[in-house]
Ligand binder design. Structure first.
Ligand code: ARG
Length: 524
């Protein structure tokens, strides 16, 4: 006997059963429905929308605005809602699709009570904040992980000496550890921004209704509490129409991406043969399909580009907001795509780049060579010495050392020219060295009775950094090590602690809501 396959009929949304439109409007053009729908953005909001509806229904029951059996049926249908609910464009968004699901399960008499005292406008603002909280916690964890990678490398290279740059011209010697800790501190401020942003995100707009709240005696506090919010957004117009909580989060992402992009740029630069300061691990490099020798720092390149995309998300979202009259306008819907693309790009960049950074191979030898062959990096130290020992004014010392540098550079140029004329291959490129001048020349330029030894002693970067640079926050290797061990390690622990406290609070509120729902479901 042929078994008849049970085919579950998919319900088609028509003019007559579209719960939103049927009494007021005729058929929606298919292309307009697709064009204006937010369903492609709403998948992320589904768990939030289910939680919000559940909390709202629990509150309605507590306030005796709906009967117990109505609450029970709605809550039980919300529990059955599949996490991959198939949403229909004709119903515009996740909010109407969820309501439609409940009405299909329970009938209009019962399911139709779910939207009593609320609107999609307060609901979407709440759902965005609800989902953004999780995203911010994830972002926070990724920032800390990235900082760990920086700390790992900074410790390893606390005394690795390299040229420090301004205007991308060699300035003074620094330690690589110090250079990396600069990025650590930038991310430190980003983390502070994140915690502060979280506070403003963690407020519930529920109860603001479409724009003017509701005449029903609902409790905004109860819903806020059940959803784990610290409090609610008081002014109803503000609650439905403001998105500064989102633009602020996008700004946070842009700032993080900007910080990472600067480091990415350095990695791209430093991995060129011209610098040869770093080699990226194979797992994070790519090659050319034509030039077999290539090893391309692709993760750093993509980071630079993604930083621009996140900045575009920020300008786009501020642009969407800037001329909107109060209160809710559907323009706001498009800002959600900026929000999620900014957080997703930033989280994935922190993750992949952070892992690459941990495995990156720095080349201390090449860095040191660059310092060794360039005495100009010590020009400031020589000037300081003239001030301290020969009591010159700093400007005077600066001018005299400037002349010394000019003399060194022209000696270097002469040497290069000579080599070129003789067509002689130089064994190594001419260096910018004080050695190229005689003691007499040095004395006559500096106009003090220095000895060559005295100057040579100033040219030792290790002594210069370790013994002379005692000022707090300088690149001194001891200070770098101290910062890593005493200050920064502690900061990371405290950040993880702050994040887990916030997570626990959310878990607690989820448990409370769950208990409340179960209580209603068990009651008869
Ligand atoms: N899909 C909308 C959004 O993401 C939800 C609110 C729609 N409200 C309305 N009145 N059409 O913003």
């Amino acid at each position: 006997m042929m078994q008849k396959a049970k085919v579950r009929k998919k319900r088609v949304i028509t003019e007559d059963n579209n719960i939103l439109r049927f009494s007021r409007l005729g058929k929606f053009s298919e292309s307009a429905a697709r064009y204006t729908s937010s369903i492609h953005l709403d998948k992320k909001l589904l768990p939030a929308v289910v939680a919000i509806n559940s909390a709202h229904v629990v509150m309605l029951l507590k306030r005796e605005l709906i009967a117990k059996d109505v609450a029970r049926e709605i809550l039980s249908s919300l529990r059955e809602l599949p996490p991959n609910l198939e949403m229909k464009d004709e119903l515009e968004d996740v909010h109407m699709n969820v309501e439609n699901f409940v009405i299909e399960k329970t009938g209009k008499e019962i399911g139709g009570m779910m939207n009593f005292g609320k609107s999609r406008n307060d609901q979407v603002a709440t759902a965005l904040r609800f989902a953004l909280r999780d995203e911010l916690l994830l972002l926070g964890k990724e920032i800390v992980e990235f900082q760990k990678s920086l700390l790992f490398q900074a410790r390893r290279h606390s005394s690795t000496i390299m040229p420090g740059y301004t205007h991308l011209q060699r300035g003074q010697p620094v330690t690589l550890g110090h250079h990396l800790l600069c990025y650590f501190d930038e991310l430190e401020r980003d983390f502070e921004r994140l915690l502060s942003c979280y506070q403003r995100v963690n407020k519930s707009p529920m109860g603001a209704g479409a724009l003017a709240s509701t005449s029903l005696p609902i409790s905004r506090q109860t819903v806020a509490k059940l959803l784990g919010f610290d409090s609610f957004v008081e002014n109803s117009l503000d609650a439905v129409s403001s998105r500064d909580f989102a633009t602020e989060a996008i700004y946070l992402c842009s700032q993080v991406m900007n910080d990472l992009s600067r480091l990415a740029e350095e990695i791209v630069l430093w991995s060129s043969k011209e610098f040869s300061f770093v080699e990226v691990p194979d797992e994070y490099a790519s090659t050319s399909s034509m030039m077999p020798q290539k090893k391309n720092p692709v993760v750093a390149e993509i980071t630079r580009a993604k930083a621009s995309q996140v900045i575009a998300d920020l300008t786009s979202s501020l642009g969407i907001m800037k001329a909107l009259p109060l209160s809710y306008n559907l323009d706001l819907q498009e800002l959600s795509s900026n929000l999620w693309s900014a957080t997703e790009r930033t989280i994935s960049t922190l993750d992949v780049f952070g892992k690459m950074l941990k495995g990156i191979i720095f080349n201390p030898k090449a860095m040191f060579e660059a310092v060794k062959h360039d005495d100009s990096l010590f020009a400031t130290d020589i000037a300081d010495h003239l001030v301290q020992k020969y009591k010159l004014s700093f400007r005077e010392a600066h001018n005299r050392v400037g002349s010394l540098m000019r003399a060194i550079y022209s000696r270097r140029e002469e040497k290069t020219k000579k080599n070129n004329n003789k067509k002689k291959k130089a064994s190594s490129p001419p260096t910018s060295s004080i050695e190229s001048l005689t003691t007499e020349e040095i004395r006559s330029i500096l106009r003090v009775d220095v000895t060559k030894d005295e100057i040579s002693r100033l040219l030792d970067p290790e002594t210069g950094l370790a013994k002379k640079k005692k000022v707090l926050g300088s690149p001194n290797p001891d200070l770098v090590r101290k910062a890593c061990n005493e200050r920064l390690e502690k900061k990371l622990r405290s950040h993880l602690n702050s994040l887990s406290k916030l997570e626990n609070r959310l878990a607690k509120s989820r448990a409370i809501l769950d208990r409340e729902i179960k209580q209603v479901l068990r009651s008869s």
